[in-house]
Ligand binder design. Structure first.
Ligand SMILES: C[S@@+](CC[C@H](N)C(=O)[O-])C[C@H]1O[C@@H](n2cnc3c(N)ncnc32)[C@H](O)[C@@H]1O
Length: 255
């Protein structure tokens, strides 16, 4: 059987490019956990924002290998990452268009409303604001105040790019206030659920899936009735799951 994820020894590297790490593995695990839905979904256009080494986009292309006619695009602001991603894709005999750009600049008008799957492991580490967008490896993690500066730029971009049946898979950290992110996306019409959660003593990583929800968009804290999603699977609202998660704070209510 062919491998469903990129093989680490075939992932190219460069000192200024983010190496696959726990967050990259958690994102790929989330895609694998949702693979059956993704295969049924039959996306025609998949996009990774901030592809780094290419581990994630290569894994996505491998795990969807049996879906015919899928087109893959990956972007990164770091030119070394673009080159490394091309090498990683080539080493696994899969193809994506890899573009050096800020998020999806230059693509967003052409691709508006056309992307069926977006994956993103953003720079989410809280840093001083002036570290955001620096050259090289710093751009891999520097997330500004609460690690939200790049994330907050990503949300409207993905909203513009996603098709009506589009899905977003995004990595967040507890410090990023994922509940608030889910509420902001809910205000744009997206439901959400946590696909994978990984915790250490200090932090919790969440891979959250977002999709357009035609149902009630009211932001609820109470446990909600499971809803049928576009993919046909019953999913809990991420807002209800958050009651049970470490980052949920009872006094959080003014966002
Ligand atoms: C945490 S790393 C993730 C890399 C890879 N996706 C992974 O999971 O291993 C974040 C990536 O986003 C890229 N990045 C940061 N800001 C960006 C921006 N404004 N536009 C495009 N890429 C960006 C960085 O260069 C880096 O490669």
């Amino acid at each position: 059987m062919s491998c469903r994820v990129a093989q680490i020894h075939k992932v190219s590297s460069h000192p200024e490019v983010y190496e696959p790490c726990d967050d990259s593995f958690a994102l790929v695990d989330a895609l694998l956990a949702d693979r059956t839905n993704l295969l049924e979904h039959k996306p025609t256009l998949c996009l990774e924002l901030g592809c780094g080494s290419g581990y994630v986009i290569t894994s996505l292309a491998l795990m969807l290998g049996e879906v015919p006619g899928v087109h893959y695009i990956a972007t990164d602001i770091n030119h070394d990452a673009v080159r490394v991603t091309r090498e990683t894709l080539q080493a696994h005999n899969v193809h994506a268009d890899v573009i050096a750009t800020d998020l999806a600049s230059g693509l967003d008008t052409r691709l508006a409303g056309l992307v069926d799957v977006i994956v993103v492991n953003p720079p989410y580490v809280p840093t001083p604001e002036d570290e955001v967008g620096r050259d090289g490896i710093t751009s891999a993690w520097a997330g500004g105040v609460d690690g939200r500066t790049v994330i907050d730029r990503i949300l409207p971009v993905v909203d513009k790019l996603l098709s009506g049946r589009g899905w977003l898979y995004m990595v967040t950290l507890t410090t990023n206030n994922p509940l608030q992110i889910c509420r902001q996306m809910k205000a744009r019409g997206y439901a959400s659920r946590i696909v994978v959660q990984r915790s250490t003593e200090e932090e919790s990583l969440h891979i959250i899936k977002f999709w357009q929800d035609s149902g009630d968009q009211t932001c609820k804290r109470e446990t909600t009735t499971p809803k049928k999603t576009a993919g046909g699977k019953v999913m809990d609202s991420v807002l209800s799951q958050m009651h049970r998660l470490p980052f949920w704070k009872k006094d959080e209510g003014n966002d």
